[in-house]
Structure formats: structure tokens, C-alpha cells
Write a protein that binds this ligand. Structure first.
Ligand code: ZN
Length: 475
């Protein structure tokens, strides 16, 4: 007999207005990577909130690192909620309908930087515990919140914190920072994350920025960078770097079967979201989904050189920079990407362009989609949203799940309520209020499902990254 969640759901509805005030307070803190004071303020806010929840809280600090907040509540089998309180820079500010750090509710959505990534999703999990304690009683398992402050950039310090306090990683299951709902209202359960290699290209052509009158005799660094960049993609905009797919294994029939259950619309709806007519290479439906799941990306995230401020400045730039990120699939190593790029530039006559590691480097982390932990997420999300879940082998994004989970082979799954219109990382970031409440309801139910998985040791042992050979199609 499944337990009744009537009282729990009522508590969620009653407390939601107060919780939104709380989320407003948290989203007022501009916890961008460059704002050390705000990072400290957000960490302290969360530590205090977790204490108020009844959690045992410890804040870890390192020189030159954002604090790591660990809050633990309940006893028994341990579920690790991997969250973060830092946010992407809010720029360009002029594209926000309301200021990023003055949260506003409009049309059933809560707008603020961090509203969905990741403050809203974090608070949904905090509120789930609060409502569970109030309406049901003691938690059926131990929930350990891991709330870091460098997820959006940097990231190396999380591994250091965890190496210093290895007990934090001892868990039986983990929740990826959030989860989402498709445009058709079906929950999306994602049991993997991509890895990441972030690289910076630099080229210097002359001793200092020259007077542009000499532009036809001295080499321009911006032009040199443009020439180098032009070799990295083909005319369709697809990566043209040999070695970028080093380590990539062909999908198994079982994995393809999981993908086949994903409606084409789930990917094709993104055309409207991004206001485009076609995806790169003309891929759509399953082909686009396969690219998102099984292929590494090669993204140019930004480039700079010369002068672009007000008024002209007639210089021939001496230096140019570009930043690339490569999202990795299982079995790929970040270091191999740096080598592949180096070899590519050398082979294309642009060996003078330097490659350096910038920002975070994570391998991917996948859990088989038929794993009991993942299936528990499927059941609770279906129970709350009343529609069949769509499973994904891997989300297109990156989270530090490998850093957290690999040492003890901890399985992980997504669970939550963001949607494709949430504009994470972009201006007008938001979260739907009804999905926020749904995320709370799912999480409360998930605690029971997690505690009820029959064999704890089996729970851990069955997770491998990647276990493609053992994948079976989910029921
Ligand atoms: Zn995030």
C-alpha cells in the first residue's frame, strides 16, 4: 500500500508563500564567482537555514576558495543532495525585464538570477524536509546536503574539500543538483551528466599594440586567432578537431532503446525556445538527441582582443584570446582534449596559438537508467505530475558528480522542476511556481522510496561509469 501524502501536500501548499519570501532573500544575494563577499554571505545564509531545519551543519573553508556547506539530517541510509549557491554572472543586465537580484513573480514564474540554477532547486529540497518533518515525521533516511560555491566556474576546490573530509562522499545515492520537466509536462529523469574540459587559446603576434598604419606589414593577433578558430569547425558549425572523440564508445542497442522512448518533440521544441529554424548539421529528433547524449561538444564561449569600447581606437592588436569548453561523454578524459586541440592547431599551421587549461575539468558520470535509484525518481515524478516520465541517459549539462560519486561508485539521478523556458545562465532566468511546488512534493516522496530500496549494498555496487554493457531497457 502506498503511503498517503495528503497532509504533506497540504503543508507544501500552505507554506509555499512563506517559502517564496525565503527564496527571494536568497536570490537577493549576488553570489557570482567574482563577488567573494556575496559568496560568503550566501554560504552563511544556507548554513543558518539548514540549522533552522534541524540539520547538523558544518562549513568548510579554504584560502582562496568559496566555503563548502554540509548539512545533515536524519539517520540510516545516506542520500547526498549535490547543490550549489554560486550563480552565473548576470550580465548583460540590460536584457533583464526586472533586475537579476530583485526577484519578481510574473505570470506564474519566479524571476531572478539563480531562481532555477540552483537556489530554487536547493530550496525545494530543504522545503521537502521541512514539510516531511511537519506532516509525516522523522525522515526515513539520512539526507546530506552538499552545497558548494564554485560550481559555475573554478570547481577544483570541491575535490580538495572532499579529499580532506572523505566521509562526505560516503553515501548510498546522490541527487544531481536539480531536474526538469519537458514542454509537454512530462517529467524528465536524467541519470547522467556530461564531463567538462575548459581551455583557453592565446596568441601574441607583436611586442605591443601597434599603430594600425602598419597593419599591412605586422601580424594582427585578432586575425591570427580568427584564422585558428576557423579551422576548429566545419561549414555546418560542427567540430572538425581530430581526437575530440577520443574514448567515445558507440552506443549500445540498449542505450539506443532508452533514447528511442524520448519523443522527438522533446528535442525539437528547443528550436522554438532558441528561435531558430534548424539545428546544426540539419539534425533533428533522434539525431539531435543522439548528438546531445553521445557526442562531445566543442563550444566557443567567448573571445576578446583589441579595443571595442566607445569611440574608435586604431590599433593592430598584439594579443588575442578565446575560451573553449568541451562537454565530455563517458570514458573521455579532460587532459586528452587539451592534447587533441594542441595537435590540431599544430597540424593546421597555427602552432603559435597556445592552449592552456582554464577553469574546471571533470569526467562524465552516468548511472544505468534501470538502476533502482533512478527508477525511484521515475515513480515519484510520475506520481506528482501525473504523466509518464521520459528518461535520459545523460543530461546535456555538467555537474561535478564524478568528483563526488566516483570514489565510492555512488549512483545518481536528477529530480526536480525546472523547464526549458527557465533560461538558466541567461537573462530572465526563472522557475515555474507550480513546478517548484512539484519538486518539493517529488522530493518528499523520494525520501521514502530511497529508504525502501531493498538492498543497500546492491544499491551501491550496481552503479558503474559507464556500464553500457550492462544496460537494460527500463521497465
Ligand atoms: Zn547549476
Amino acid at each position: 500500500m502506498s503511503p498517503s501524502y495528503d497532509g504533506f501536500d497540504r503543508t507544501v501548499s500552505e507554506r509555499l508563500p512563506v517559502w517564496l519570501d525565503e527564496l527571494t532573500d536568497l536570490c537577493r544575494i549576488p553570489s557570482e564567482a567574482s563577488n567573494r563577499a556575496a559568496l560568503g554571505e550566501a554560504a552563511a545564509w544556507i548554513a543558518e537555514r539548514l540549522r533552522r531545519l534541524g540539520a547538523r551543519v558544518e562549513t568548510f573553508e579554504r584560502v582562496d576558495a568559496a566555503p563548502l556547506v554540509i548539512g545533515e539530517i536524519g539517520t540510516g541510509r545516506t542520500l547526498l543532495a549535490v547543490q550549489h549557491y554560486d550563480v552565473q554572472p548576470a550580465e548583460p543586465l540590460e536584457l533583464w525585464t526586472s533586475p537579476p537580484y530583485e526577484p519578481q513573480v510574473r505570470g506564474g514564474r519566479f524571476y531572478a538570477r539563480g531562481a532555477n540554477d540552483n537556489k530554487g532547486e536547493l530550496m525545494a529540497r530543504v522545503w521537502a524536509v521541512e514539510a516531511y518533518l511537519a506532516a509525516i515525521g522523522e525522515l526515513p533516511c539520512r539526507l546530506r546536503f552538499l552545497v558548494e560555491g564554485e560550481e559555475e566556474g573554478g570547481g577544483e576546490n570541491l575535490g580538495r574539500y572532499l579529499d580532506d573530509s572523505p566521509w562526505i562522499r560516503e553515501a548510498d545515492g546522490a541527487l544531481i543538483e536539480g531536474g526538469d520537466v519537458g514542454m509537454d509536462g512530462r517529467p524528465r529523469i536524467t541519470s547522467g551528466v556530461r564531463g567538462m574540459a575548459s581551455l583557453e587559446l592565446t596568441v601574441r603576434t607583436i611586442a605591443y599594440d601597434a599603430h594600425s598604419s602598419v597593419a599591412n606589414i605586422v601580424p594582427n593577433a585578432a586575425v591570427r586567432m580568427a584564422q585558428a578558430l576557423a579551422t576548429l569547425w566545419d561549414r555546418d558549425g560542427l567540430p572538425a578537431v581530430a581526437g575530440l572523440d577520443e574514448g567515445v564508445v558507440a552506443p549500445t542497442p540498449a542505450q539506443l532503446a532508452v533514447l528511442a522512448d524520448v519523443p522527438d518533440a522533446d528535442t525539437d521544441d528547443l528550436l522554438a525556445v532558441y528561435g531558430i529554424e534548424r539545428f546544426l548539421g540539419g539534425r533533428h529528433g533522434q539525431a539531435a538527441l543522439r548528438a546531445l547524449t553521445f557526442n562531445p561538444t566543442l563550444n566557443l564561449q567567448g573571445l576578446w582582443s583589441g579595443y571595442t569600447g566607445p569611440g574608435g581606437k586604431t590599433i593592430t592588436p598584439a594579443e588575442a584570446h578565446a575560451r573553449l569548453d568541451i562537454r565530455l561523454v563517458p570514458k573521455q578524459q579532460p587532459a586528452a582534449m587539451e592534447r587533441a586541440l594542441r595537435a590540431h592547431l599544430d597540424a593546421h599551421g597555427v602552432g603559435d596559438v597556445a592552449v592552456s587549461v582554464f577553469d574546471y575539468q571533470y569526467p562524465a558520470w552516468w548511472t544505468p537508467p534501470d538502476h533502482p535509484l533512478v527508477q525511484a525518481a521515475v515513480r515519484v515524478s510520475e506520481a506528482v505530475l501525473g504523466k509518464p516520465a521520459v528518461q535520459h541517459l545523460s543530461g546535456p549539462g555538467t555537474a561535478p558528480m564524478h568528483v563526488v560519486c566516483a570514489p565510492h561508485d555512488v549512483p545518481s539521478t536528477s529530480l526536480g522542476g525546472t523547464d526549458d523556458e527557465g533560461r538558466a545562465h541567461a537573462p530572465d532566468e526563472s522557475i515555474r511556481l507550480d513546478y517548484l511546488a512539484a519538486a518539493v512534493r517529488m522530493t518528499g516522496r523520494f525520501l521514502d522510496e530511497f529508504a525502501a530500496i531493498p538492498d543497500g549494498r546492491e544499491l551501491r555496487r550496481r552503479s558503474r561509469c559507464p556500464r553500457s554493457s550492462r544496460l537494460t531497457r527500463p521497465a
